[in-house]
Design a protein around this ligand. Structure first.
Ligand SMILES: [Zn+2]
Ligand SMILES: [Zn+2]
Length: 303
């Protein structure tokens, strides 16, 4: 079964990990090489054991660790042809570039990876769906608005990682950012608000969806509590009360977790119903977060 971990997420750096057995794929490498190694090790993953890196787009908060991380590890780096062209200009290490066209499907080990175009102010940004026989994981980061293509690709996934960048009121009231930056964030090629993400999640949610992980939260214009409450409320309105919603962190990883499919409920005759609940599986206790050194906080970008 596929497993997902988030090494870190936010405007200061983004990286996630999808594993299937011995196949381990890093999605974006926007943390420093040192942080990538520390956080992989904290998850129990040897940095030298990765199968490759796949990129959503070229922005620094998704690519800045590649140069140093790949100096010692000449990994294949998968990205669209246009993204490869831009990123390779700044990477001198012995990377094996594996260009692909947006909209095509790749195989990395036993994982099938579908790519699809997304609207963002980058040369050729993409989202992904990772699939194996038993499960699927959708990955969506840095998207200005939700398109039909995004919904069609992500519909029915078991686990979804998606950005929920800002709260509209907090962004409008923010005094640190000039008007032009606010425009860049909220325009059709910027980032998703909590409300846009909630709309997306309710559109793509199918009976298999068990988990939504929110990422790329703005440090000034959003909070974990607010983002979770907006998305969870929208899911509840659609009758999806049992989908787990959580936020990725900037400075510590979320450990690997299997992308389990929802288990179909068994409807027993009334007299045989269990007294407490009709759920087949009781929710498990929350996983402990990996303890990490305090000096991990990275300098925040302007945005
Ligand atoms: Zn980003
Ligand atoms: Zn970006």
């Amino acid at each position: 079964m596929l497993e997902l971990a988030i090494l870190g997420s936010g405007s200061s750096g983004n990286s996630a990990l999808v594993c299937l057995g011995e196949t381990r794929v890093l999605i974006d490498a926007g943390l420093s090489a040192k942080q990538l190694c520390l956080r992989l090790e904290a998850l129990g993953v040897d940095p030298d054991s990765l199968s490759g890196i796949i990129l959503t787009h070229e922005h620094g908060d998704h690519t800045r660790g590649i140069e140093v991380f790949c100096r010692k590890r000449p990994l294949p780096v998968y990205a669209t042809t246009h993204t490869c062209a831009v990123v390779s200009e700044n990477v001198n290490s012995a990377v094996t570039w594996r260009p692909f066209e947006s909209g095509t499907q790749l195989s990395i080990g036993g994982i099938k990876v579908e790519s699809f175009s997304v609207p963002h102010d980058a040369v050729d940004p993409v989202g992904f769906v990772f699939r194996c026989e038993e499960s699927s994981i959708g990955i969506l980061s840095d998207v200005g608005h939700v398109t039909r293509m995004i919904i069609d690709h992500l519909k029915g996934v078991d686990t979804l990682f998606t950005e929920a960048n800002y709260d509209e009121v907090m962004l409008q009231n923010d005094t640190k950012r000039p008007w032009s930056t606010k425009q860049r964030i909220s325009n059709r090629h910027g980032h998703l608000s909590n409300d846009q993400t909630a709309e997306l999640v309710s559109e793509i949610a199918g009976p298999n969806l068990t988990r939504v992980v929110l990422g790329h939260l703005s440090s000034d214009c959003n909070t974990s509590e607010l983002a979770i409450s907006v998305i969870a409320r929208k899911l509840a309105d659609s009758g999806l009360n049992e989908v787990a919603v959580e936020c990725a962190h900037r400075s510590k990883p979320i450990p690997l977790k299997a992308a389990a499919r929802a288990v179909a409920k068994i409807y027993l005759p009334v007299e045989e119903k269990p007294a407490k609940s009709s759920r087949v599986c009781e929710p498990s206790a929350p996983e402990p977060q990996a303890e990490l050194p305090n000096d991990w906080k990275q300098t925040e970008w302007a945005f």
